[in-house]
Design a protein around this ligand. Structure first.
Ligand SMILES: [Zn+2]
Length: 61
């Protein structure tokens, strides 16, 4: 579950709901509701599935 970091939005999204891409400063998705940038980091679980986790501390814009 991904949660928009925009304090006035905080919408929750499944990974399939958002487009994760690299705009030059790392992987991020734009909240489909408010358009805020939310930075994520890419991991693989023990089964080799790609999962994304949100990075704490990186500011959204
Ligand atoms: Zn949002």
């Amino acid at each position: 579950m991904l949660i928009c970091r925009n304090q006035s939005c905080q919408a929750q999204w499944e990974q399939a709901d958002v487009v994760i891409k690299n705009e030059g400063q790392g992987l991020l998705f734009r909240c489909p509701m408010c358009g805020a940038r939310n930075y994520v980091e890419k991991f693989e679980d023990e089964n080799g599935n790609v999962v994304y986790e949100q990075i704490e501390g990186k500011p959204f814009i």
